[in-house]
Design a protein around this ligand. Sequence first.
Ligand SMILES: NC(=O)c1ccc[n+]([C@@H]2O[C@H](COP(=O)([O-])OP(=O)(O)OC[C@H]3O[C@@H](n4cnc5c(N)ncnc54)[C@H](OP(=O)(O)O)[C@@H]3O)[C@@H](O)[C@H]2O)c1
Length: 290
Amino acid sequence: MSAGTWQLGDVTVNRVGFGAMRITANPDRSVAIAVLRRAVELGVNHIDTAAFYASPGGTLRVGEGEKRHANELIREALAPYPDGLVITTKVGPGEDAERGFYNATTAAELREQVEMNLRQLGVDTLDVVNLRIMKKPGDDSITERFGWLAALRDEGLIRQLGVSNVRLDHVEEALAIAPVVCVQNSYSVDLRGDEDELIGFCADRGIAYVPFFAIAGSSREGGATADHSAAIEKIAITHNVTPQQVRLAWTLHHSPNILAIPGTGNPAHLEQNIAAGGLELSAEELASLG
Ligand SMILES: NC(=O)c1ccc[n+]([C@@H]2O[C@H](COP(=O)([O-])OP(=O)(O)OC[C@H]3O[C@@H](n4cnc5c(N)ncnc54)[C@H](OP(=O)(O)O)[C@@H]3O)[C@@H](O)[C@H]2O)c1
């Protein structure tokens, strides 16, 4: 793949991966299955998922018909999994009939979520598990929760660990407990927050930085925005690509440790996202994006 590779801990992955949050939206399961298989055919060997990615209901509250879980679609499409495919999942948020949407705060709840991912994906060990937190003002230490996940790793249920929706001090807390292979935060050309220091911190330590909402930008869960800057539009016209491809290419140019996980349930968008890995932006174009 033209965007090259980066380490996800002890595994080398192509920098353009795939985010599975959007594949549950279409009531036609066969589309999701086809998108997942095509992604792998095109060289994707890093897929991001979660047990709570499910429709109807679930994170995006979209779709109709029979319940579709991203993990089960991944298993149906890709098991037995090809060598070298890394499936990264996340725990913290969860959803079930009894609790509705909830946030895991105990060792038992985190174990339950890890076990649910193992069952749904049909594996004995999860490749990478991110602790996804809700940031809170005041004390939002992750030491206890990350420690519980590190214990599950020691038990063999998880190979490698990451963190998501975190600040730099959370990553330092986690690193004091166990190796961190990735940090997954929202980040886009128009949704930068204070992430640059954290991206550099990760790059210096060989930790992958995995932005979500790279295409959606400030419209976040709302999906692809139509609100692009004049600079994005101009670059898209110059290269005869879409503004969404420019957004994705920008993240890949930003730092070598960035792994893209664009989310789509649309086969044509998938092809465009993979192609964006080969889009070369000049220094002048990058400067125009700020
Ligand atoms: N850790 C976390 O808290 C967290 C939070 C959110 C997401 N995530 C992960 O990150 C992944 C990426 O986030 P995301 O899916 O929300 O946002 P995204 O990848 O920035 O954008 C996805 C949106 O853009 C559309 N899209 C994708 N490719 C496109 C293209 N080439 N042209 C036009 N539209 C395109 C998708 O719709 P179509 O389906 O119509 O293409 C969808 O609406 C998720 O799939 C999930 O795995 C993690």
